[in-house]
Design a protein around this ligand. Structure first.
Ligand SMILES: *Cc1c(COP(=O)(O)O)cnc(C)c1O
Length: 370
């Protein structure tokens, strides 16, 4: 159906521009394991993002799991229930107990004011998420981490290209993790990365993603296979040439949404943060049923009837999923803001090829209410 609008849609680079990269791979006969395109993408991304060391991964989830391994995180880790489920799954795969802490109301990120009460002798780290690419309260989180001797690993899957006061937020914490999944702003189809601060740590992470090999015959630790291959790296290198145009388009869409939605009673969106260069990866709105006159789920269904497929990111909360719902920190009383927001949030379509007419069509339905 051609009038179908989905929450996101990948923007593929021109096929003819991809062919020379494939030719290069065929000429090199080098398909994976630190190939030339893989290494070029690491250099170009470090440069583009303004970070020192980046290690590419097969996907963001393996990068999260490996980041926890790289820092030997054990015991309990404080994290947010308001995220994609992979954030908490990465803890589970390391046999770490997630401890959910509530979010703050303004940007829906982990609330630093509630972290300290959740720290126990078993706590070893904090894993916050820059939800929708809005930076967490990083100074405050770091202050708490330093005070209690905790590591900080940011799930920065939504934060590609996000800067605060001109500096990449990926330089914060001990490690930051990106996802390059097809639905993200920058993609290698499947892919991800860990950003770290020292050459030693990069070497450690590089070994971890390649079975723990250090050199030809030495295995230092039980690593995993989480390597990004040359075809994926080629796709990333080509996409990187288009990324600034993508950001400009997403910014324009965001601004159009903001201007068209600002007078609709009962609908609000997250304000732009001062001093932040945004990535415009999502456009979430919050629906106050009492004022708007329709619940989030009713609006979601209404849009669906009109061939507009929005997503309720992040509903249900991670803490409500089967593997985690019995945890002491998963009780709704402990997560009252997240519980409320999960009932109100709706992510509207945003992608490079979304047209102004598409947006008008979406807004008309939202305006009409019942
Ligand atoms: C996409 C995403 C991930 C997982 O990344 P994959 O590359 O799909 O494995 C993790 N955390 C968040 C917040 C995400 O949005």
């Amino acid at each position: 159906m051609n009038n179908r609008i989905t929450v996101t849609q990948p923007c593929l680079p021109p096929l003819e521009e991809f062919i020379p990269y494939l030719q290069q791979i065929w000429d090199n006969k080098w398909l994976t394991n630190n190939g030339p395109l893989h290494n070029q993408l690491e250099r170009e991304l470090a440069d583009y993002l303004g970070v020192k060391y980046i290690s590419l991964f097969a996907n963001g989830t393996l990068a999260l799991i490996s980041a926890l391994q790289a820092l030997n995180i054990t015991g309990e880790v404080i994290t947010t229930p308001f995220s994609f489920v992979a954030t908490t799954h990465s803890l589970w795969w390391n046999k770490i107990t997630p401890v959910f802490v509530d979010i703050e109301m303004e940007y829906l990120n982990l609330d630093p004011a509630k972290i300290e009460a959740a720290i126990t002798p078993r706590t070893t780290a904090i894993m916050p998420v820059h939800v929708y690419g809005n930076p967490c309260q990083m100074d405050e989180i770091q202050r708490i981490a330093d005070k209690h001797g905790l590591k900080v690993i940011y799930d920065a899957a939504h934060a590609f290209g996000v800067k605060k006061d001109g500096v990449s937020i990926l330089n914060q914490g001990d490690l930051s993790v990106l996802s390059f999944h097809a639905t993200k702003v920058f993609s290698t189809i499947e892919g991800g990365a860990i950003i770290c601060h020292t050459e030693d740590m990069k070497r450690h992470i590089d070994n971890l993603k390649n079975f723990g090999f250090r050199g030809e015959t030495l295995v230092e630790e039980p690593g995993i296979n989480a390597k990004l291959n040359e075809v994926q790296a080629a796709y990333g290198l080509l996409l990187l040439k288009y990324i600034d145009g993508f950001f400009a388009k997403r910014k324009a869409i965001t601004e159009l949404y903001q201007s068209l939605l600002k007078d609709i009673q009962g609908i609000c969106f997250l304000p732009d943060m001062n001093g932040v260069t945004h990535g415009y990866s999502y456009f979430p709105i919050l629906i106050d049923e009492d004022v708007y006159g329709m619940s989030r789920d009713e609006l979601y269904e209404k849009l669906k009837e009109n061939n507009i497929f929005t997503r309720r990111y992040f509903y249900p909360l991670i803490s409500n999923f089967e593997p985690y719902r019995e945890l002491p920190s998963a009780v709704p009383d402990n997560l009252s803001i997240a519980t409320k927001v999960a009932q109100q949030v709706l992510c509207l379509p945003i992608y490079v090829e979304l047209t102004e007419e598409d947006i008008q069509r979406i807004i008309e339905i939202i305006k009409k209410r019942k």
